[in-house]
Design a binder for this molecule. Structure first.
Ligand SMILES: Nc1nc2c(ncn2[C@@H]2O[C@H](COP(=O)(O)OP(=O)(O)OP(=O)(O)O)[C@@H](O)[C@H]2O)c(=O)[nH]1
Ligand SMILES: [Mg+2]
Length: 317
């Protein structure tokens, strides 16, 4: 049974990352499989493939230089060894994931604030996280902190029903901080383990919206001083470099503790997970690989790298 569940988990990650795998792993295997010498043409193509998958300029240059240098020194044969080198090099960029997926409160409810730009996948991710932790036997509550968009509360209401968790809401137009406070107070009173707060999409360069998030934080701290235990920024993986820019600005204003990288199923540029970690030092905690309730997975570096390269086993071998 355990293997069945584990198998399905890897299956989802594999399927979700198939676009990146065909653009990166399959393409690299094609390049290597031709038995070509590692000459300038070969290195140019290697560089192109890595950049196309959004591995990032600095990391790509480092890999290409290492391949060239080790080949010259006679330490690298033009075959699978090269894929191993890339695998190890990418793996070095990523830390182990948190064993418990979230930074849980020592006592009382764990409060998770979910933020990001419009359409990044915040509401869907809140629902998926609720499902995930409910399945892990946590008592979960979700809060409709997007009080701007007319249909936002209804959207989360539908998800709450589907997942089977309680929703704290007020009417559209009310104060987001008041909803968040109610939710945290309710979680505390009802003995909930986890409260997930959805928020309205906002542009990182709009002062007043960023200030609203700061108010949400201040207000929930009146009830639970250590809250939020996590501020997760949702980034659309298809946004490329723009996502990195967003992360910088949100982090500067909010102090982001981790990222949810969504829509990886829709892009061949899944390497952005590595670039983000390298450029910002912010860990990817969860990845979205589809629109369904179960299409959010904890980010596991080894599984991720194997999925984008089409390799098996640990990446540190
Ligand atoms: N394919 C795919 N679609 C996703 C994923 N995550 C979210 N989406 C879709 O992206 C769209 C926007 O998702 P929402 O969760 O509403 O995004 P949001 O950030 O709450 O949007 P606003 O509240 O308008 O700012 C929806 O159609 C989702 O189904 C994912 O991992 N994969
Ligand atoms: Mg939303």
């Amino acid at each position: 049974m355990v293997f069945g569940a584990l198998g399905r988990l890897f299956g989802k990650i594999k399927t979700g990352l198939s676009k990146t795998r065909s653009a990166l792993g399959d393409a690299l295997r094609g390049l290597i499989g031709q038995g070509r010498h590692i000459d300038q043409d070969f290195l140019d193509e290697l560089e192109y493939r890595l950049l196309a998958a959004d591995i990032g300029v600095a990391k790509t240059e480092a890999i290409v230089a290492e391949v060239q240098q080790r080949y010259k020194a006679g330490e690298l044969a033009p075959g699978e060894e090269l894929l191993d080198l890339i695998k190890r090099s990418l793996r070095n960029e990523l830390e182990e994931s948190l064993p418990e997926e979230l930074n849980w409160a020592e006592s009382g409810p764990t409060v998770v604030l979910v933020v990001g730009v419009n359409g990044a996948g915040k509401t869907t991710s809140v629902a998926k996280l609720a499902k995930r932790f409910k399945d892990l036997d946590k008592k979960v509550l979700i809060a409709a902190g997007d009080t701007y968009r007319a249909a936002a509360v209804e959207q989360l209401e539908i998800w709450a029903d589907r997942v089977g968790v309680d929703l704290i809401k007020q009417k559209t137009g009310s104060d987001a901080a008041a909803v968040a406070f109610d939710a945290v107070a309710a979680a505390d009173a009802r003995g909930a383990d986890l409260v997930l707060i959805d928020t309205a999409g906002r542009l990182h360069n709009k002062e007043h919206l960023m200030r609203e998030l700061e108010k949400v934080r201040r207000v929930i701290q009146k009830r639970v001083p250590a809250a939020p235990h996590e501020t997760l920024l949702v980034l659309d993986a298809t946004a490329g470099q723009n996502a990195i820019q967003q992360a910088k600005l949100f982090d500067a204003s909010m102090g982001i503790t981790g990222l949810i990288l969504t829509k990886l199923d829709g892009t061949a540029k899944g390497g952005v997970a590595i670039t983000i970690k390298r450029e910002l030092g912010l860990p990817v905690r969860f990845i979205g690989v589809g629109e369904g309730m179960d299409d959010l997975q904890p980010f596991e570096p080894d599984a991720f790298i194997n999925a984008i390269l089409g390799t098996e086993g640990g990446a540190s071998a």
